[in-house]
Design a protein around this ligand. Structure first.
Ligand SMILES: [Fe+2]
Length: 451
């Protein structure tokens, strides 16, 4: 698909409107708070989103001057902190965008909200002017070949919206305004557990440069993987199923945990998934806007460490990235654009693109099933894999955001695939890869077992 500036402008405006709506969900007193200890305070992100777009497209790609060098530097990308003893593990993909450095600064080093808005408005004005008037698709230009910098800023903001939501998830409920009429969908029981056999075959990881209009650097080039036959669960592991592990003492038995994960469980005194809370004899789910009785049929949201321990307890394991790819996109007659085929993603196929503020029951989107019958591989929660995040042979860092992936090829991060309720539809492509540390419990990530 050739670059079209009118489409890019519409997308940019839709992104900005959605980001504004997300910030407007919060009460004023949340603005300088820091719901996840190793992430920036909320104020950072309201400046970072337009700041990154301005810096990448207007300053770096077009060579235009600064708006305010101090604010641009303050709102620049943070660093991925190492796991700290105090905070239950750190994350994430380049776009989890966190840093302990700024977070430690006192509240009064951050600008007033009016000042953030003035900077953001000017950054937006200049980005929109560039999208309306500048030549942004320049073959041979390091940042604008294939309009790379434009797609970079558009997908960057979409990814951050998911980051914002899982941060908002941890805020006190009193600091969030429930959207009018919103009710989590909790009906029905867990679907029965069912294994699906996927025959041996080839899975394509990544894609050839130039074959899609845009991908992040870690999606290139294409790599063919031969995947032996395997079995994978039709559905994600639900809260009901995961509760069997909790009730069986799974969090008290080192036999199921990798040594480094067990050390984390003991150190942090973790006894259940972060999204669960206990009220007397009752398990509750901490939803975005309310605590509700644990919805048994929802996919459980856990860290990769907890997912791997559960799988071991069941005598199974997590799927590899190549197995996910084969289960989701493979078919007896070649690979597909989406698990369900070529049709564009919509709400009949799965829970993504901000369709819900919480997950929905497993088994409610059979129209999203893959050729083999696996459901919800895209949507309702990212899927943990067993595969460390690493470059495909021939990887080259991208000019518009060289540190995006390269900073995370450290053996400490694992690949997540698919999508969550808070993943924008533009990111639903077979090659899109997400990654986090194994002991990062905050993201909307679930899993299913393979064997
Ligand atoms: Fe960012």
């Amino acid at each position: 698909m050739p670059f079209d500036s009118a489409t890019a402008l519409t997308w940019y405006r839709r992104n900005r409107a959605r980001s504004r709506a997300l910030f407007d969900m919060l009460t004023d007193d949340a603005y300088y708070s820091q719901p996840i200890a190793l992430r920036h305070p909320i104020v950072f992100y309201e400046g970072h989103l337009p700041g990154f777009s301005f810096n990448t497209l207007v300053k770096k790609a077009l060579g235009r001057p600064s708006i305010d060098a101090r604010l641009e530097s303050l709102f620049a990308r943070g660093i991925d902190p190492h796991e700290s003893d105090g905070a239950g593990g750190s994350g994430g993909s380049g776009e989890s965008g966190g840093s302990g450095t700024n977070a430690r600064l006192a509240r009064d080093v951050w600008p007033s909200r009016d000042e953030v808005h003035r900077f953001a408005d000017e950054a937006d004005r200049q980005v929109i002017d560039a999208l309306e008037r500048a030549d942004l698709d320049r073959p041979g230009d390091p940042l604008l070949d294939g309009a790379e910098a434009v797609f970079t800023i558009l997908e960057h903001e979409a990814m951050h919206q998911e980051t914002l939501l899982y941060m908002w998830h941890r805020l006190p409920l009193s600091q969030k305004r429930t959207p009018h009429g919103y009710r989590p969908r909790v009906e029905g029981g867990s679907p029965p557990g069912e294994w699906i056999h996927v025959p041996a075959g080839c899975a394509t990881l990544g894609v050839a440069r130039g074959a899609i209009s845009f991908g992040w650097d870690n999606e290139f080039p294409a790599l063919s993987a031969q995947v032996p036959a395997f079995a994978i669960e039709r559905h994600d592991v639900t809260n009901d199923r995961f509760r069997e592990f909790v009730d069986a003492g799974g969090y008290r038995d080192p036999a199921w945990w990798r040594p480094e994960d067990w050390a984390w469980i003991e150190r942090e005194r973790i006894a259940h998934p972060l999204f669960w809370e206990r009220d007397g004899d009752l398990w509750l789910w901490r939803g975005m806007f309310a605590r509700i009785p644990l919805p048994g049929a929802w996919p459980v949201y856990v860290s990769q460490a907890e997912a791997a321990a559960y799988a071991r307890w069941r005598g199974a394991r997590l799927p590899t990235e190549a197995e996910f790819q084969r289960a989701a996109y493979g078919s007896p007659d070649g690979e597909r654009a989406h698990p369900w085929g070529a049709a564009l993603p919509d709400s009949s196929r799965g829970v993504f693109d901000f369709a819900s503020w919480d997950p929905e029951p497993c088994g409610t989107h059979p129209m999203g099933a893959s050729a083999w019958g696996t459901e919800d591989l895209v949507g309702n929660g990212w899927e943990w894999t067993a595969t460390p995040f690493a470059p495909f042979p021939g990887f080259q860092a991208m000019a518009s955001y060289p540190e995006y992936s390269a900073d995370f090829f450290d053996g400490e991060h694992v690949v997540m695939k698919g999508a969550s309720p808070a993943t924008a539809r533009e990111l639903l492509r077979p090659t899109f890869r997400n990654w986090f540390r194994a002991r990062y419990p905050y993201v909307y990530a679930t899993f299913r077992c393979a064997r």
